[in-house]
Ligand binder design. Structure first.
Ligand code: TXA
Ligand code: MG
Length: 314
């Protein structure tokens, strides 16, 4: 299969309408999209990404009113979050409508819904004239793509089209996922919209933690994630870093040691924006060890530390 590269949201949307798969930029990371009501098109996403079929997809809308096509009910908590934040790096989980095929939600009776903020994403989604399901546009297990080149690296020849953004995606980490189906909202995955921000709207909002032997509420969280080939090691500015052969460093403070590849970030936001791209750069250069400086777990730092810890685990 030849993967078409285009900068035209209209051309990309035509491919979705014909049952194809299109990678497109959002303000978080690139998504790999298909028509939410087309089971065959959705099956192509799982195949292209080699995604386990128990991992549900997020549905993206270009207009708020399209949320009604996807869900059986917009709960009170979801209503408040949507009003306060959409369009945003925030996914609300709601009871799904009967129209949405079960392949989209990996057999769950709920569906994650998001309205991205990026200009090109909105133009594309509106041109599709229907909601688009999209996981991150990487091969399963690899870091999420923050540039069209990263999508190309993983999925060229496996998908119909890449809608090319001009720059790297603005935030660089995936959206916050909040389950709005229960008595109080539960954050299943942290992202740029922080727990603190959600709590200013609904103070009862909690961070979900998987207990041992419990079925995962967010199936994606149990899968291997965000990992480069290289071994990821977390360090703080006072750590004594050893074993420097074929190693890289990313963080906020310039370390004393010398590395084969190094990125000093101007802020925690810049660190979050750069991390997945840096992981890919390290893999391209065959780096064996990536030392990542830890950051304080507030604001976007919570989401960044979540991704760093997952990368270090695998
Ligand atoms: O920023 C993002 O969210 C990006 C862009 C493309 O929108 N998408 C993304 O999708 O990161 P993906 O598939 O890589 O991650 C989706 C996460 C998974 O952890 C999945 O388990 C969870 O959202 N999720 C999706 N639907 C769910 C549902 N109905 N209930 C619980 N968790 C759900
Ligand atoms: Mg993903």
């Amino acid at each position: 299969m030849q993967t078409i590269l285009t900068k035209s949201a209209i051309e990309a949307a035509e491919i979705i309408k014909r049952g194809g798969t299109v990678a497109f930029p959002t303000e978080t990371v690139y998504g790999l999209g298909a028509n939410v009501f087309d089971e065959k098109a959705i099956a192509k996403i799982f195949k292209a990404k080699q995604r386990p079929n128990d991992n549900p997809l997020i549905a993206h809308v270009g207009r708020l009113e399209d949320i009604n096509l996807l869900v059986a009910e917009i709960t009170e908590s979801a209503k408040k979050f949507i009003e306060a934040f959409f369009p945003a790096a925030l996914t609300v989980v709601l009871p799904k409508s009967a129209r949405v095929p079960l392949i989209a939600t990996a057999n769950l009776e709920t569906i994650g819904v998001r309205m991205p903020k990026g200009k090109l994403a909105q133009e594309f989604l509106r041109a599709c004239e229907m909601p688009v399901v999209a996981p991150s546009a990487n091969l399963s297990g690899k870091p999420s793509p923050t540039s069209w080149q990263a999508v190309f690296e993983d999925l060229s020849g496996r998908i119909d089209c890449i809608l090319q953004g001009d720059e790297m995606t603005e935030i660089g980490l995936e959206s916050t996922v909040v389950d709005c189906t229960g008595a109080f909202p539960l954050v299943l995955r942290s992202g740029a919209i922080t727990l603190e921000q959600l709590q200013t709207i609904i103070p009862e909002t909690l961070l979900y933690r998987l207990r041992e032997n419990e079925a995962a509420k967010s199936p994606g969280l149990k899968h291997r994630h965000y990992s480069p080939h290289a071994k990821v090691v977390l360090v703080n500015p006072t750590s004594n870093i050893q074993n420097l052969k074929s190693s890289a460093f990313i963080g906020l403070e310039l370390p004393d040691e010398k590395f084969d590849l190094m990125k000093i970030c101007a802020s925690v936001e810049d660190y979050a924006h750069s991390i997945f791209d840096f992981f890919r750069q390290c893999d391209r250069q065959g780096i064996e060890r990536i030392f990542c400086e830890t950051v304080e777990e507030t604001g976007i730092g919570t989401a960044l530390m979540d991704r760093l810890k997952r990368a270090a685990e695998s």
